[in-house]
Design a protein. Structure first.
Ligand code: BGN
Length: 286
């Protein structure tokens, strides 16, 4: 309601609300990768982005309030390329948003589920976000009509990735970019914390959604196109041999393995010009 909007943007109460469809969005995007683009270059090209990677349209009250959460680990180049593409894309959509990079800093195994949980928890402390985009660092949206808002059900945005010939690799695939309202997230008890290494945590999240009798919505495949940036094998993110076993237990564990028993220490929260950087330490893996 109105109260909420005023709370979210206290200085914008006099502005008219933004139109339902932004006049700035176009169609398919040509995605190119300029070499050696620096964070300073990106900041200069996006003068309206505020400290922490925060944006709200200057001339109208945004209809959507979206946090973008990027789990990230030793992929600095990809993060810069993603910011280069994502900031102008989000501004064209006239949404109110902040980009958060959630960074795991320890020598243990990557844990995407846990990073996403921390991202949720820390972001909701900052703002009453109504929509959360959990966004892999290596995926660049290829169509302006892929609007970063939420729908009545959890949404899988990256339904057409070039690496998978613009199709789902399998029917229940839920990896890459997904969008949940806070109520969806709370209903499924957050994401699993116990998948260390590559694979399975996205399938677990999809199971949690189905176990809670929700459906997964998708944008039309022509809008849900993404380019996946190439990368080699990540050290510390080996395929997790336990993932098959873990997945067979989701229906028993989803109530207990969740956001509430989330052990982590937040080492720093840094507002950089283009994103808020959350750095965590998870301690030992188990
Ligand atoms: C699947 C992985 C997903 C990954 C996709 C696409 C598993 C669980 C074993 C049943 N799932 O195979 O996590 O996103 O491939 O790469 O490994």
């Amino acid at each position: 309601g109105l109260d909420q909007i005023q709370l979210l943007s206290p200085t914008k109460e006099d502005l008219p609300t933004c139109p339902k469809t932004s006049p700035f969005i176009g169609g398919p995007l040509k995605v190119s990768f300029p070499l050696d683009v620096t964070l300073d270059d990106i900041a200069q090209k996006n003068p309206l982005v505020q400290l922490g990677g925060h944006y709200q349209p200057p001339n109208c009250g945004a209809l959507h309030h979206t946090a973008i959460i990027i789990p990230y680990w030793a992929r600095r180049k990809h993060l810069h390329q993603l910011l280069y593409h994502l900031h102008p894309f989000l501004q064209r959509q006239q949404i109110h948003c902040t980009i958060y990079a959630v960074h795991q800093m320890d020598n243990y195994t990557f844990n995407r589920g846990k990073l996403l949980n921390v991202g949720f928890k820390e972001d909701m402390k900052e703002n009453n976000w109504q929509c959360l985009y959990f966004h892999d660092v290596d995926l660049i949206p290829k169509d302006d009509c892929n609007i970063y808002d939420c729908s009545a059900f959890p949404m899988h945005a990256s339904v057409a990735i070039d690496k998978f010939q613009y199709e789902l690799p399998y029917e229940t695939y839920f990896g890459g970019v997904m969008a949940l309202q806070p109520t969806h997230y709370l209903k499924i008890n957050g994401f699993p914390n116990n998948y260390w290494g590559w694979g399975g945590e996205d399938d677990d999240i999809a199971s949690r959604i189905f176990l809670n009798k929700m459906l997964i919505s998708q944008p039309p495949a022509v809008f849900g196109r993404y380019h996946m940036m190439k990368h080699g094998h990540d050290r510390g993110n080996k395929a997790n041999p336990k993932r098959f076993h873990l997945l067979s237990k989701t229906h028993l564990r989803w109530r207990y393995n969740r956001m509430n028993n989330l052990l982590y220490s937040l080492l720093s929260k840094e507002q950089t010009p283009l994103y808020t950087n959350l750095t965590m330490h998870f301690g030992i893996d188990y």
